[in-house]
Design a binder for this molecule. Structure first.
Ligand code: AMP
Length: 454
C-alpha cells in the first residue's frame, strides 16, 4: 500500500478508478496509527529532554495576525513572499496559519510580559505548521516541528546548550550520526547591513550571470545569494567579499567561544561560511543539521540566535536563541535506520464470550483487566466462539480469555495462548491474576493518573 506521505495527486487508485469522493488536499496527510507510535515516541523524548533542561511547553495559536509573520520573518523571505496560508476572517482581518513558531512565541513573550519572569525564559513546542511549499518527499504543506527557544540572555554558552539539546534529542532518536552540524555566524544587524552592501557592490555589473531567482535575492535578501544552487553564482560567490571581514571583534570572539564550548561538549561541527538560513531575524549564530549524503536539501532542523526580533515585533530589545526540527523528516530517518519504537498500541488480550450471562460477566472482567494495565478488547457481538477467535487472530492478540456457557456454569474461564494454540481453565475469580502471570508484570500498561491537588 502506498504511504500517504508520498502520495501525489495521481495515485494508483486513480488509475483503477477507485478513488473515494474525498481525498486530503495535496501536501497534507493523515497521521495513521502506525506513524503515531513514532510521533508519540518523539514527543516523549522531546518533552523529557526539554524538561530536564528547565524548558516549559508553550502552544501558540494555529493562526495569528499576518503581520506577526510579515514583521518577524521579513517580506523578502520565501516563507512570507510565497508560502503562507493567508486568509481574511469575516471582518476582513488578515490571518495566517503559522508557518513556523518562533515569531508567535516572541509575540506571546511580549504580550504576556514574560520579561518579568526569571530570565532566561526557556520554552519548547511540538506543533503542526503550514507552508505552501511544493510537495515532495520530506516537504509537505502541513508538517510538524518540535522546537525550543531560550529567551532573555545572550551568551555563547546558551547557544551551545541549544545545539547540545538538539543534538541530544537526535541522538536519543538514534539518528544523530546521519547528520553534520553546519555552523556559521552572520554577525550583528549593523555588520550585516555593511556586508550586504558590499555584496551588492560586488555583483553590480555581473547581474547577467545570475539566475532570475538570484537576481531577486540580490535585490531583496542579498545574503541568500550565498546559498544559491546556481552554478555561475556558486563560482562568483567564491571571489565575493567574505562575511567574516565585516565582523567586529565582538562577533568573532562570540563565535570562537561558542566553538570552544562545542568542543568541550564533544559535538563535532563543520564551518560553513555560506550558511545564512532563510529568515531575516537571525543574528550571530546560525546552524543546521544536514543530511550527510544529501546536504542542505534534507536538513532535519536548524536554528540560531535572533537578538533583533523582539524590537521588530514591538518589544524591548531581548536576546534569544532557538532551534526547530521537522518531525516527518525525523520519522523518515528513523525508518531509514530501521529504528523501531515501543509498540504501545498492541493488544494483550481478547475476551470472547457466548450467551447472555457470559456477556454480563464479561463487562466487569474487561474493566478489571484494563484497570490492571492489560490492553483488552472484547468482542461483544453475537458470533460463535470460533468466529470470535478468528477475529482475535486478526487483531493479533497473544492471549484470549474465553467465557462460554460451560465456563459460566462451572465458575471458570479459559485462557488460550493464541500462538501455541494451547489453553487451560482457571477459576473465574482468578482470571485477572492468571492473565497478568502470562503477560508478565513488566509488560503491563498501568496508568497512574497524577494526583489532583485541591
Ligand atoms: P525551517 O523552519 O525552515 O528552518 O525548518 C526547520 C525544519 O523543519 C526543516 O529542517 C525540516 O526538517 C522541517 N520542515 C520545514 N519545512 C518543511 C515542510 N514543508 N515539510 C516538512 N518538513 C519541513
Amino acid at each position: 500500500m502506498q504511504n500517504s506521505y508520498d502520495r501525489t495527486e495521481d495515485n494508483e487508485d486513480t488509475e483503477r478508478g477507485q478513488v473515494p469522493p474525498f481525498q486530503t488536499p495535496k501536501g497534507v496527510h493523515d497521521i495513521m496509527p502506525a506513524d503515531h507510535e513514532y510521533h508519540t515516541f518523539i514527543k516523549k523524548v522531546v518533552r523529557h529532554r526539554c524538561r530536564q533542561a528547565g524548558f516549559r511547553r508553550i502552544t501558540t495559536p494555529m493562526f495569528e495576525f499576518t503581520d506577526v509573520f510579515r514583521r518577524g520573518l521579513g517580506d523578502a523571505t520565501d516563507i512570507v513572499s510565497k508560502e503562507m496560508y493567508t486568509f481574511q476572517d469575516r471582518k476582513g482581518r488578515s490571518l495566517t496559519l503559522k508557518p513556523e513558531s518562533t515569531a508567535g512565541v516572541v509575540r506571546a513573550y511580549i504580550q504576556n510580559n514574560m520579561k518579568e519572569l526569571a530570565q532566561p525564559v526557556e520554552l519548547f513546542y511540538i506543533e503542526p505548521h503550514f507552508r505552501y511549499d511544493r510537495p515532495q518527499k520530506g516537504r509537505y504543506r502541513q508538517f510538524w516541528q518540535f522546537g525550543f527557544e531560550v529567551i532573555g540572555e545572550s551568551d555563547p554558552a546558551l547557544d551551545a546548550q541549544v545545539i547540545q539539546l538538539a543534538y541530544q534529542i537526535l541522538d536519543d532518536l538514534g539518528i544523530a550520526q546521519l547528520f553534520t552540524l553546519q555552523l556559521n555566524t552572520i554577525g550583528t544587524n549593523e555588520e550585516r547591513v555593511a556586508y550586504m552592501q558590499a555584496l551588492k557592490d560586488y555583483y553590480f555589473g555581473k547581474e547577467r550571470y545570475l539566475s532570475p531567482d538570484d537576481k531577486m535575492r540580490l535585490e531583496k535578501n542579498p545574503l541568500r545569494i550565498l546559498d544559491s544552487k546556481h552554478e555561475d553564482t556558486i563560482i562568483l560567490n567564491q571571489s565575493a567579499p567574505k562575511m567574516m571581514d565585516y565582523f567586529g571583534d565582538e562577533t568573532k570572539a562570540y563565535h570562537e567561544e561558542l566553538k570552544e564550548y562545542l568542543t568541550e561538549l564533544k559535538i563535532p561541527w563543520v564551518d560553513n561560511a555560506g550558511l545564512v538560513r532563510g529568515l531575516d531575524y537571525y543574528s550571530k549564530t546560525v546552524f543546521e543539521f544536514w543530511d550527510k549524503t544529501d546536504g542542505a536539501q534534507n536538513a532535519i532542523g536548524g536554528g540560531g540566535r535572533y537578538d533583533g526580533l523582539f524590537e521588530l515585533m514591538g518589544g524591548d530589545p531581548t536576546p534569544a536563541c532557538g532551534f526547530a526540527a521537522g518531525m516527518e523528516r525525523v520519522i523518515a530517518n528513523m525508518k531509514r535506520e530501521k529504528i523501531r519504537v515501543p509498540r504501545k498500541d498492541d493488544l494483550h488480550v481478547f475476551v470472547a464470550q457466548l450467551g447472555g450471562i457470559a456477556k454480563k460477566k464479561c463487562l466487569p472482567l474487561i474493566k478489571e483487566l484494563r484497570e490492571q494495565g492489560i490492553r483488552t478488547m472484547g468482542a461483544l457481538g453475537k458470533g460463535s466462539i470460533k468466529v470470535q477467535l478468528r477475529l482475535a487472530d486478526k487483531f493479533k492478540v497473544p492471549y484470549c480469555v474465553i467465557l462460554g456457557i460451560t465456563e459460566v456454569r462451572e465458575g471458570t474461564a479459559i485462557i488460550r495462548d493464541m500462538k501455541v494454540g494451547t489453553q487451560r481453565t482457571v477459576p473465574f475469580e482468578n482470571t485477572v491474576e492468571e492473565v497478568i502471570k502470562v503477560i508478565g508484570e513488566e509488560n503491563l500498561d498501568r496508568y497512574t493518573p497524577g494526583e489532583v491537588i485541591y
